[in-house]
Write a protein of this length. Structure first.
Lengths: 190, 189
């Protein structure tokens, strides 16, 4: 009886990480995550920037990827393009209007494994008060034990959104109608 | 050149009108440029010019204040009542205070991220860093509303001057145009 119990406990310990989706908190506190964007400047170069403050969580099961989910909330007020006056404009009424829309949000609706660690993450993105379905092309970077007793998994993802689709009508020129957003996230297992 | 008990000196008069023209110009430029779109030619030039002229206005105003305290202030002219004198003093103090506050907040917007302000291509004013959170936005709001308030006070200042000229028919306005406007202020009033 004792042997059976030990065997069962061992088996469940071994099997549980494989059979259950794990919940992760995005490590924004430790700075192991970033949300960056880039947009063409006049068509001559890339202007890059980031959102300094955001948080999120995801649930990930390598054996059942389709059951995974992710949720990220972005503080739009934290936009940072390394130019104070430009950031002031970006926060203003012509662009993000952060006084009214202080949060942007992505909530996944489906995650599809397309092989080679690549994932298609579909979901609802809310920005500037407008919610639209978008697809993020994501790739798993890695997962495993960290040296401090935790377990981590990390992903990268990119997507491209049209400014007008989200009600941002400022004219930045014909080559600057879309912005590419990239997420680099590392989650710590709860 | 210097003020006397009766009249403003020509330097004081010149400084007044130079500052007046610059302030009206800066307000108009600022009011116009904030609505320019990204593809307007003046989108960048307008702001650069606004900052450069603003910085020069600061030097002008600094010199004006020093010059004011280095010499006598002409006495109020005979026709002015005590109420008018007090009202004028308050308006003048407000004008100085607001002008300096607007220049300070303008500086805080442009230097919030550590960047210096380039004054034409002559020199640049260093940033002293960020003093409070959301500095560019908060300073920007104060800058805007102070500028509107300043122009409101300027309107009162102008109405006062015109009232003295056309209704009271005294030398108040002429004194700011000529250094020989008044022969003798009666110092008993």
């Amino acid at each position: 009886m004792k042997k059976v119990l030990v065997a069962a406990t061992l088996a469940s310990l071994l099997l549980s990480p494989l059979s259950q989706a794990a919940d992760y908190i995005i490590d924004d506190k430790g700075g192991h995550a970033s949300i960056n964007f880039k947009i063409k400047h006049l068509g001559y170069s890339w202007l890059t920037g980031r959102f300094d403050n955001f948080n999120g969580k995801f649930s990930y099961d390598p054996t059942n990827i389709d059951a995974s989910t992710i949720e990220v909330a972005i503080d739009t007020n934290s936009i940072n393009s390394n130019h104070g006056e430009r950031d002031k404009h970006l926060r203003g009424g012509d662009y993000l209007n952060v006084a009214k829309f202080s949060d942007a949000k992505f909530v996944s609706s489906s995650i599809t494994d397309i092989g080679n660690d690549k994932l298609l993450v579909k979901g609802l993105f809310t920005l500037h008060g407008v919610s639209k379905e978008i697809t993020i092309d994501a790739v798993k970077i890695g997962e495993g034990q960290d040296p401090w007793g935790g377990y981590r998994a990390g992903f990268s993802g990119t997507t491209k959104i049209g400014l007008k689709d989200f009600g941002i009508n400022a004219n930045l020129g014909p080559t600057s109608t879309h912005v590419e957003i990239s997420l680099h996230i590392e989650g710590v297992k709860k | 050149m210097r003020n006397t008990e009766n009249n403003y000196g020509w330097l004081t008069i010149s400084l007044h009108w130079l500052a007046a023209g610059t302030i009206i110009g800066l307000f108009s430029l600022g009011f116009w440029m904030v609505d320019l779109s990204y593809y307007d030619t003046w989108y960048k030039q307008g702001a650069d010019l606004h900052k450069s002229i603003g910085a020069l206005l600061f030097l002008l105003m600094l010199f004006r204040v020093i010059w004011k305290y280095l010499q006598v202030t002409p006495l109020p002219i005979n026709e002015h009542s005590k109420f008018e004198q007090n009202a004028a003093h308050i308006v003048h103090k407000l004008l100085y205070l607001m002008i300096f506050a607007i220049m300070l907040t303008g500086y805080l917007i442009s230097t919030a991220d550590g960047r210096a302000i380039a004054v034409f291509n002559w020199f640049s004013i260093a940033s002293l860093g960020s003093f409070f959170a959301n500095q560019a936005d908060i300073a920007g709001l104060i800058h805007k509303y102070l500028a509107y308030s300043l122009i409101t006070v300027v309107v009162f200042h102008v109405i006062g001057a015109l009232k003295h000229h056309f209704i009271d028919k005294d030398k108040t306005l002429i004194r700011m145009l000529s250094n020989k406007a008044v022969k003798q202020v009666n110092s008993s009033t």
